[in-house]
Write a protein that binds this ligand. Structure first.
Ligand SMILES: Nc1ncnc2c1ncn2[C@@H]1O[C@H](COP(=O)(O)OP(=O)(O)OP(=O)(O)O)[C@@H](O)[C@H]1O
Length: 281
């Protein structure tokens, strides 16, 4: 990873009328990382990402994306940034192949359209008209259009909404593949497992501010949280205890119950647990 951040944001502000959608947000995305933005509905994720993409003007703050201010960036910068917005995927009567060809022509060094179509798993739909695609297939087409220009930085806004489980796994593989090839990736998602599986770091946005940035394993001091041991008494009553020494506790329980401990589980807080606590749910 290069030392120069891919994205640097200081004191970003954006209001809609009286409502401050982004209220003094600081953010750094390192070159080469996969960064996931989490946050409840209306927290300001899309507004922030659209400002970074150059689609929306800010009211205040400093923003640098690939070393350039998106407000004044030109065509050359635009060709270095890939964008997958929340759902488009329909292009009148054009086929998948025609749409990808068409978009490839906008870029100085595009990837071969048939290869891109293969990467998103739409090879058997190359001659299908886009309005005949399923929701998940349209989303795959959106992703193809976001990556056909071989972007250095790729923005994905809720990329897997509407995907079936298999398509999500395939999409995750694609993201890992792009990341391994050096692409910096910023994605917004409401799926905690997606953030956990893909992201090097996650940032939690609430009420227009970034409240924490950490690796998925470290968010909300997750690693420091004590394991929870749960079991049932012989009459079926659920029991649980936090313990710094769960093995000793389980050994003690095994002794108490003469072998198997009924309904035994040992858990640590999930990313979802710490996230919900963080946003006050
Ligand atoms: N064009 C607009 N005009 C007025 N208010 C807007 C506009 N766009 C967004 N907002 C408001 O700004 C706030 C932040 O919206 P934003 O879309 O950035 O949130 P988000 O975190 O992306 O939410 P979601 O998870 O629901 O996509 C919300 O209260 C929203 O209603």
């Amino acid at each position: 990873m290069s030392d120069q951040p891919a994205i640097s944001v200081r004191g970003l502000r954006k209001s809609y009328g009286e409502h401050a959608a982004v209220a003094g947000l600081d953010l750094t995305v390192r070159t080469g990382e996969v960064f996931a933005l989490l946050g409840p509905n209306g927290a300001g994720k899309t507004t922030t990402v659209e400002i970074l993409e150059g689609y929306r003007r800010r009211d205040g703050g400093e923003v640098s994306v690939l070393g350039v201010d998106p407000d004044t960036a030109g065509r050359d910068w635009r060709s270095r940034v890939g964008i997958v917005l929340q759902g488009t995927g329909e292009f009148d009567d054009l086929t998948v192949g025609e749409v990808v060809d068409h978009f490839a022509a906008f870029y100085p060094a595009p990837e071969a359209p048939d290869r891109v179509i293969g990467r998103v798993g739409l090879t058997d739909k190359v001659n299908a008209r886009t309005h005949t695609l399923s929701g998940g297939q349209k989303r795959r087409l959106d992703v193809a259009l976001g990556i056909v220009g071989r972007p250095e930085l790729l923005f994905l806004d809720e990329p897997t909404t509407g995907f079936d489980p298999e398509a999500r796994r395939e999409f995750w593989e694609l993201i890992r593949d792009l990341s391994a090839g050096g692409t910096t990736i910023v994605l917004t998602t409401h799926y905690l497992d997606e953030a956990e599986s893909l992201a090097d770091r996650v940032g939690v946005i609430a009420a227009g501010q970034l409240v924490e940035v950490a690796t998925p394993a470290e968010l909300g001091n997750r690693q420091q949280a004590l394991p929870m041991v749960s079991w049932r008494t012989p009459d079926g009553t659920p029991q649980q205890a936090e313990s710094a020494t769960p093995t000793a506790l389980i050994a003690e329980l095994a002794g108490r119950y003469g072998g198997e401990v009924p309904g035994l589980t040992v858990t640590r807080p999930t990313l979802e647990d710490v996230y919900l606590r963080m946003i006050g749910q």
